[in-house]
Ligand binder design. Structure first.
Ligand code: 3HC
Length: 666
């Protein structure tokens, strides 16, 4: 496999990597680099060397697909050491992205030239790793401790122009003339000779390391990699280069062998895989969506609209009553202005987005929209009525989408004469922030409608996942399997705080009862205080509706910070007394077995029924829609780590029927 070539022009050797799609450092690239550099170094006629890449990008990192497999080809660090030790000056010519192992390769080159649009970074932390080929030791020697600590622990790439100011890039090239500019630069450098990084001192203030830990304490809760990255930077400040490399190696191998990185690497591919629709041609022509209609200007409709406005797609938003329309539009403006105050948008951008929003009181104004998303009250009758009207109003070929979170898309589609154009587009609240989009494929949904909805999801910055029609689709269907046992555990003696803590210690942003309080306990309540059949009825009867009136399973202060509530606990005690259940100690392990294992079990049932395309899609749903900790890789990945046998045994011990496919795996 020839993915690296060597060309020579007037005493300058040009080593070119060509390994689509992202020029990752696969074994044959490492081999090619070794061979090409050996040849260039041995050739006396060659006075300087340029390393550049074909295609859309410089080397975007190690080949992640090789991780965890038996090593093949030359060791990456030996290749890098050989380049760094070159007695002839080596120039890296960078376009696209120089990421991870790619930037580490550029760092062993003695000089770096980049086009202004290039980006340079070490995103390994996002894969639960650290730059494991000298990056944590060379970067602080080039950009100083502050910048290196920030880049390694947060993983955000820096634009080339900024990189030049930081000293990471030595010269900017013309956007269209990188190859020529790099060759000319190399020629200039022949007299200067090589400039290896390892001899340079580490400069800057190591206090930044603790500052980063404090500033990101919440974001990094439970994660190992950000801390390991900072430990390596800290090591660079006190250890000689070679010792620092050894320290980095040990930390890298620890992370690489651990479950967090395995989970995060799984998610890297899962997220990309989710975009692929089984059985559909990649080049299927899509429907053109230039204008979007949104029905409902409440929290959901407003949030959905914001996604399209932010991408410059005009939105017509429809409400039934002027006051509600005004309120909805006002909330959108306020949200944008808050973001502008934080520097995320300019005032002109806010006005630009508001300028393409058309408020309306009539569904007739949706006649020229290419996609209409309904976000009205969650009732089948109401939805059918809306879709029946849309059928008569909308132009042929328009996509009619429902944002329902539970209801049957096929039934909704049947209220139109064009079920092939009907689809579910389930956004998660707040819809302008949450990354997940469940795209629900109805029985009759046309392939191009599905493909268009998925592509549009990507365009507006969502991670879109295909789901089949079933109650609650993928996410909410699994969510409901943890709510019921959580309630039952209260009856048996656990407290809301104990159950929630097990979930937050696990890494979830909140537990089942904190979530119920946030959603509102009175949602779906029959509103008869004398009819008390569940703990929820008892709490509502006592006027405890959740965060909205500052009392639910917890008491809330004016900042909505919850504390365990004596009143709620005694209501639960009272209710338990009526059910004659004995109170007992519940272990944290039992809470895991009874609230998390059933979710895994439901995931298997969803796959058996074909309601999700693949297990990793379910993981994507839970990571991006519900805040499942990415370092645990989603419920299906986590279920595999726990072990199917252990889960089946526990489910059956607690009287839950295990899915056939889970049993088969066990
Ligand atoms: N290894 C293997 N495959 C990779 C890859 C990598 N490092 N990076 C991307 N790919 C694959 C993707 O899986 C995808 O495959 P598919 O088409 O079959 O789904 C394809 O390349 C295109 O990727 P994207 O869809 O992400 O393309 P974009 O153009 O949107 O983004 C990118 C390009 C910015 C380079 C993005 O792919 C990216 O961020 N890649 C990962 C970069 C990274 O994390 N590098 C560090 C790796 S770890 C490392 O280097 C360890 C070292 O320190 C020792």
């Amino acid at each position: 496999m020839q993915s690296v070539t060597l060309q020579t022009h007037n005493g300058v050797a040009v080593v070119v990597v060509n390994n689509p799609p992202v020029n990752a450092l696969s074994w044959h690239v490492r081999q090619g680099l070794q061979d090409s550099f050996s040849a260039a170094l041995a050739d006396e006629a060659i006075k300087a060397i340029v390393l550049r890449c074909d295609g859309t990008t410089f080397i975007a990192g190690a080949d992640i697909t090789e991780f965890g497999k038996p090593p093949q080809g030359p060791d990456f660090n030996s290749v890098l050491n050989m380049i760094e030790a070159s007695a002839k000056p080596v120039v890296a010519a960078i376009h696209g992205t120089a990421l991870g192992g790619g930037l580490e390769t550029a760092l062993v080159c003695h000089y770096r030239i980049a086009v202004p649009s290039a980006k340079l970074g070490v995103p390994e932390v996002k894969l639960g790793l650290l730059p494991g080929a000298g990056g944590t030791q060379r970067l602080p020697r080039v950009v100083g401790i502050e910048a290196a600590a920030t880049m390694c622990s947060l993983g955000e790439p820096v634009p080339a122009v900024k990189a030049e100011a930081m000293g990471l890039v030595d010269r900017l090239a013309g956007e269209e003339s990188l190859a020529e500019d790099a060759a000319a630069y190399a020629r200039e450098l022949i007299s200067a000779g090589p400039r290896p990084t390892r001899e340079r001192p580490v400069t800057g203030d190591a206090a930044v390391i603790e500052q980063l830990k404090t500033a990101n304490a919440r974001k990094w809760k439970g994660f190992e990699a950000p801390y390991a990255n900072l430990a390596c930077i800290e090591a660079a400040t006190r250890l000689p280069f070679e010792e620092g490399l050894k320290f980095e190696r040990t930390e890298f191998l620890k992370l690489m062998g651990g479950s967090q990185s395995a989970a995060q690497r799984h998610m890297f591919f899962a997220e990309r895989q989710a975009a692929k629709i089984d059985g559909l041609a990649k080049d299927l022509p899509l429907r053109n969506v230039k204008k979007v209609g949104v029905i409902g200007a409440g929290t959901m409709g407003g949030g959905i609209s914001m996604n399209f406005l932010a991408k410059g797609i005009p939105v017509t938003i429809v409400e039934m009553v002027q006051e509600n329309l005004d309120r909805g539009v006002g909330v959108i403006r306020k949200n944008y202005e808050t973001s502008a105050a934080k520097g995320r948008f300019t005032t002109e951008q806010v006005e630009g987005m508001m300028g393409i929003l058309t408020p309306s009181l009539s569904l007739d104004d949706l006649a020229d929209c290419d996609l209409i998303i309904e976000a009205v009250y969650e009732s089948m009758d109401v939805k059918k009525d809306v879709f029946g009207k849309l059928d008569t109003i909308c132009k042929p070929g328009a996509i009619l989408a429902s944002n329902t979170s539970y209801l049957n898309i096929d039934e909704i589609a049947a209220s139109t004469s064009r079920p092939q154009d009907v689809i579910g587009m389930h956004f998660f609240s707040p819809a302008n922030v949450m990354k997940l989009l469940e795209v629900v494929r109805g029985e009759k949904t046309a392939d191009d409608v599905l493909a268009t909805a998925m592509a549009l999801g990507k365009k507006i910055g969502k991670v879109a996942v295909v789901a089949g029609v079933c109650h609650g689709f993928i996410g909410n269907r699994m969510l409901s399997t943890r709510q019921a046992p959580a309630m039952q555990l209260l009856l048996e003696g656990a407290t809301p705080a104990q159950i929630d803590k097990v979930h937050t210690d696990f890494g979830m942003p909140m537990g089942p009862f904190q979530m119920s309080d946030l959603a509102g306990l009175d949602i779906g309540w029959h509103r008869d205080p004398s009819r008390i059949e569940t703990i929820r009825d008892a709490l509502c009867a006592a006027g405890r509706f959740g965060q909205k009136n500052r009392k639910g399973f917890y008491d809330y202060d004016e900042k909505r910070v919850g504390t365990p509530s004596e009143e709620a606990l005694s209501i639960i005690e009272e209710f338990r007394a009526t059910s004659n259940l004995p109170k007992r100690e519940i272990s944290d392990q039992e809470i895991v077995e009874r609230t998390l294992y059933p979710m895994v079990n439901e995931g298997y049932k969803i796959l058996e029924e074909g309601k999700a395309q693949r297990a990793s899609d379910i993981d994507v749903v839970w990571i991006y829609g519900y805040g499942w900790p990415i370092y645990r890789g989603g419920p299906m990945f986590w279920g595999d780590l726990e072990g199917a046998g252990k889960i089946v045994e526990a489910l059956e011990r607690h009287g839950v029927k295990a899915a056939d496919s889970l049993k088969a795996k066990a």
